[in-house]
Design a protein around this ligand. Structure first.
Ligand code: ARG
Length: 604
């Protein structure tokens, strides 16, 4: 099913070709801010082109062009999609979509749920989350996880083949220090899994050891060589450290309901040599001499078309490989082995120069072609209330598990309080008001607290333009008013409860042939917004900005509130139509919530 704007564009394109067959000019259709639904804005530039080629008979102004286009549009509208086509101003064409056409589409949504826009499916690698072994996952990794997961969900929904890759930092010289320290502190690590409770502390101790003890530093260097040469005991120790980290990462992923396939930096180690040789053969690699010590020469790549002073370092001066080398091998692997034609990297904005270099190098090497889409999806910082980078009071990295649990605990408290209130009201015999929590047992309440708490954290992250920094504030994100997950989830539950309380069997209603008929302005507004769903998904895919989905969901919930204030549902003569509209809404919200990683609760 094409998007509404896609269907309109097809009409406008056909009209333009038939009215002005000899002139090629861009067809420009957009949603309208002028009271109509859409606008065809093509007449002005088309007039310019016609003028250059010699104006046809009867055309003296852009307005004449618009009129001729408008007439042709009516003729090309075989499905009777447009109710009104009007020329306005200097040559704009305002389009009002026909009510029955809208209603028809809404009926399809009520029956089949919200559908994705048509896309040409691709093989997409999304590199996200990607924390570092032996270090605590920090707020940046939380953002990457949440944003990356939402991007994957949207791609999957549209039918793309998606590989969710966790490019875990599990390789590099720091492992010499970590393994050396592990061997000394837990000598029997081979028979007993090392009891590393606090990875951050373990990392710090190793680093301190490394910085303060010259002999240990030497030993750590030897450990790196041993590990990279594949020595059994070193590999085993490395594995143990990775396992501890993996378990810690998993605690976060399971709470967030995020799936990832780990393909860490170490995976690409065996490809780096060949990849660097290839870059060398095609003349992209040059030497970079350390001015302080001319005996130190690194191999670097200055890709054409980049302005950065800093090159990619593909071989370090000690002959080792680092982050840049690994990323070159990874991009190579993804293009040739995974056969990806779209690769997306989700990291903090600070890494933008790095990815620009990697992308340009991959293009210069001829690995990425015109048909390969490479995207870096940057995001800003998570800040505390003081507007500074999010830290604990003592300046440590915030443990993400604790942060998520805190959201759940706070939400649990709120739900308990509300339950007590509702029970009291019930005892006092009050009618009306919410009674939904009175019969809920503790375990269910706890599940709800988790769904709402984690959803709130995700939504607070996704709703802002990802480039900006945002302030992490529990009170704001757990507020049931305003643009929060809590507000959305409540709206969702309310819709579910209206449908439930109607006592109508929804499957029977859907099978009955009953149709949506839009009459009241509030119904029209809600219905029209529902049909923008596909356009929003397209927008999200072109910009990779989940905030567009969030804004859309918020708007839908607001329009639902207005609709429900103005239109009686249960017991009204229009009950069937309105229930169907609510079903279309519920199905769209469910889908939309899922695309930004939120749950959907039937009753709160
Ligand atoms: N581990 C890196 C970090 O914590 C992120 C890796 C992103 N992915 C990549 N292919 N470089 O900053």
């Amino acid at each position: 099913m094409p998007t509404v704007i896609g269907a309109l564009k097809a009409i406008c394109t056909a009209a333009q070709t038939s009215a002005f067959p000899d002139i090629a000019s861009k067809v420009d259709v957009a949603s309208s801010a002028m009271g109509a639904d859409y606008q065809n804005n093509s007449a002005l530039s088309l007039f310019g082109r016609l003028k250059a080629a010699g104006l046809p008979d009867g055309i003296k102004s852009p307005k004449d062009v618009a009129q001729r286009l408008a007439d042709a549009m009516q003729l090309c509208d075989s499905e009777a999609m447009m109710a009104k086509v009007e020329v306005a101003g200097a040559g704009f064409i305002n389009i009002t979509i026909s009510g029955p056409w809208f209603a028809d589409r809404l009926n399809t949504i009520a029956q089949n749920g919200a559908l994705p826009p048509p896309v040409q499916t691709q093989k997409v690698v999304v590199d996200f989350s990607s924390p570092n072994v032996a270090k605590e996952m920090h707020a940046g990794h939380l953002r990457s996880t949440i944003i990356g997961d939402s991007i994957c969900r949207v791609l999957e929904f549209c039918g793309h083949e998606v590989l969710r890759v966790n490019h875990v930092g599990d390789w590099g010289t720091q492992f010499g220090m970590l393994i050396g320290h592990l061997k000394q502190v837990f000598p029997d690590f081979a028979s007993n899994p090392p009891p590393i409770g606090d990875l951050q502390a373990f990392y710090k101790e190793s680093k301190k050891h490394f910085d303060e003890d010259k002999d240990f530093a030497k030993l750590a260097h030897e450990e790196v060589v041993r590990l990279q040469s594949g020595d059994g005991a070193s590999r085993y120790a490395w594995q143990q450290i990775c396992d501890v980290s993996r378990a810690a990462f998993e605690e976060v992923y399971s709470r967030l309901g995020v799936k990832l396939t780990e393909v860490g930096e170490s995976f690409y180690n065996e490809y780096i040599h060949a990849v660097v040789s290839h870059l060398n053969e095609i003349g992209l690699v040059s030497d970079s001499v350390d001015p302080a010590d001319p005996s130190r020469v690194a191999k670097v790549v200055f890709p054409p078309n980049t302005k950065h002073e800093q090159p990619l370092m593909v071989v370090k001066s000690d002959g080792g490989f680092g982050y840049d080398s690994t990323d070159m091998a990874a991009v190579w692997y993804r293009i040739f082995e995974h056969q990806a034609n779209w690769i997306i990297y989700v990291t903090d904005a600070g890494q933008a120069p790095h990815f620009e270099l990697v992308f340009e190098a991959a293009r210069a090497a001829g690995w990425a072609t015109e048909a390969t889409r490479l995207d870096h999806v940057p995001f800003g910082l998570v800040c505390g209330d003081d507007g500074k980078k999010f830290k604990t009071r003592s300046g440590e990295t915030v443990r993400l598990v604790d942060l998520l649990d805190e959201a759940k605990i706070r939400m649990g408290k709120t739900l308990h309080e509300r339950q007590l209130e509702q029970l009291k009201q019930k005892e006092e015999g009050a009618t009306g008001g919410r009674v939904s929590l009175t019969e809920m047992d503790d375990a269910t309440l706890e599940t709800y607290a988790a769904v709402i708490g984690y959803s709130a954290v995700k939504y607070a992250d996704l709703k802002a333009n990802r480039i900006s920094n945002y302030i992490f504030n529990y009170d704001r994100m757990l507020d049931e008013k305003g643009n929060t997950a809590v507000y959305l989830l409540y709206a969702g539950a309310r819709i579910a409860s209206i449908v439930r309380n109607s006592g109508v069997d929804m499957n029977a209603l859907l099978a009955s042939g009953a149709r949506i008929v839009l009459v009241e302005p509030a119904e029209f507004k809600l219905g029209k917004e529902l049909l923008r769903f596909q356009e929003i998904i397209e927008l999200m895919l072109s910009t990779l900005q989940p905030n567009f989905i969030c804004e859309y969901l918020y708007e839908l919930c607001n329009l639902f509130t207005k609709f429900y204030q103005e239109c009686k549902v249960i017991g009204d003569p229009a009950q069937d139509s309105r229930l169907l509209l609510l079903i279309a809404l519920e199905k769209t919200l469910r889908k939309g919530f899922a695309l930004v990683g939120l749950g959907y609760l039937e009753r709160i």
